[in-house]
Ligand binder design. Structure first.
Ligand SMILES: NC(=O)c1ccc[n+]([C@@H]2O[C@H](COP(=O)([O-])OP(=O)(O)OC[C@H]3O[C@@H](n4cnc5c(N)ncnc54)[C@H](OP(=O)(O)O)[C@@H]3O)[C@@H](O)[C@H]2O)c1
Length: 253
């Protein structure tokens, strides 16, 4: 009698384990999402597109020049779009589950961090999501490590040795600080600010990394780094799980 019960428990555990393993197998996904990716031609955005497709999601990849996206996949649509154009954002946003912003650049000649596309884009997209209302997609913005704290209340952006940083990059770093400051004022749209480590690398997708909050994470050797491929894993995890709505999270080894 006891032997039969024990075997049943083992059988149940084996079936459960098999089901869990199958569900987490690469390429399988319980709920397919519709994900709109701005910056799909970029160094980070290409990994985001790859990761989302690999997990079975439907991706709409946006570029101002869609001929630059040569990739073909049954779940991939390629469209023209510009984050400076609110009407085109609205056209593309309706019906999506998640919008990813992974863009960079300074608009015009004015030397102000307010002119970083990262800062401009979050506000443009938030306004469109407000217009859409209850059915609006969630926003996941690819942020900057300058927003992370190297000690309580002190941002990495304020400690980066300026001598090594070109002016345009300095503006973008500050633009990313403004983007997070802005998002933190937004309580009526579901946003997340995904923050990479200091160093983005070309390393492999390991699937092993840490998720943090406001503090800069460093590895055992004192390095703050993450591969773009692993960052994309964390970003699509967020798309699937919505674990950091109206929060920033950071990704590092
Ligand atoms: N350690 C760090 O903190 C760190 C390091 C690097 C990057 N980052 C952040 O990571 C993000 C992505 O960087 P990346 O290196 O992947 O950039 P990237 O390779 O230079 O790509 C920039 C992307 O921005 C898009 N873009 C620019 N203006 C646009 C507009 N008006 N409308 C739509 N798309 C526009 C471009 O798309 P098209 O030209 O195809 O339209 C391009 O795909 C940025 O937010 C950046 O700040 C953080």
């Amino acid at each position: 009698m006891i032997k039969t019960t024990v075997s049943r428990v083992f059988l149940f555990a084996a079936v459960l384990f098999a089901a869990m393993t199958a569900a987490s197998a690469e390429g399988e996904q319980a709920d397919e999402l519709k994900i709109l990716v701005y910056g799909a031609t970029g160094k980070v955005g290409t990994h985001v597109v790859d990761e989302a497709l690999q997990r079975g999601h439907f991706v709409t990849a946006v570029s101002r020049d869609p001929s630059r996206i040569q990739r073909r996949h049954p779940h991939l649509s390629v469209v023209a779009g510009d984050l400076l154009d609110a009407e085109s954002i609205a056209d593309l946003a309706v019906g999506q589950d998640v919008i990813v912003i992974s863009v960079r650049g300074i608009i015009g000649k004015s030397k102000k961090p307010e002119n970083a596309i990262q800062r401009i884009a979050v506000e443009k997209v938030v306004n469109v999501l407000r217009e859409i209302g209850d059915d609006a997609p969630r926003l996941i913005h690819v942020g900057g490590s300058g927003t992370l704290e190297v000690e309580p209340g002190v941002l990495w952006a304020d400690k980066i040795p300026k001598i090594f940083v070109p002016k345009s990059l300095e503006l973008e770093i500050q633009g990313q600080v403004l983007a997070l400051d802005y998002l933190r004022t937004v309580s009526d749209v579901k946003w997340s600010y995904a923050t990479p480590a200091k160093n983005f690398t070309n390393g492999e997708r390991s699937g092993v990394f840490r998720i943090g909050g406001d503090a800069l994470l460093e590895d055992a050797r004192g390095k703050s780094r993450i591969s773009r491929a692993d960052f994309a894993v964390a970003l699509i995890d967020e798309a699937e799980n919505a674990a950091h709505v109206r929060q920033r999270f950071s990704v590092a080894y």
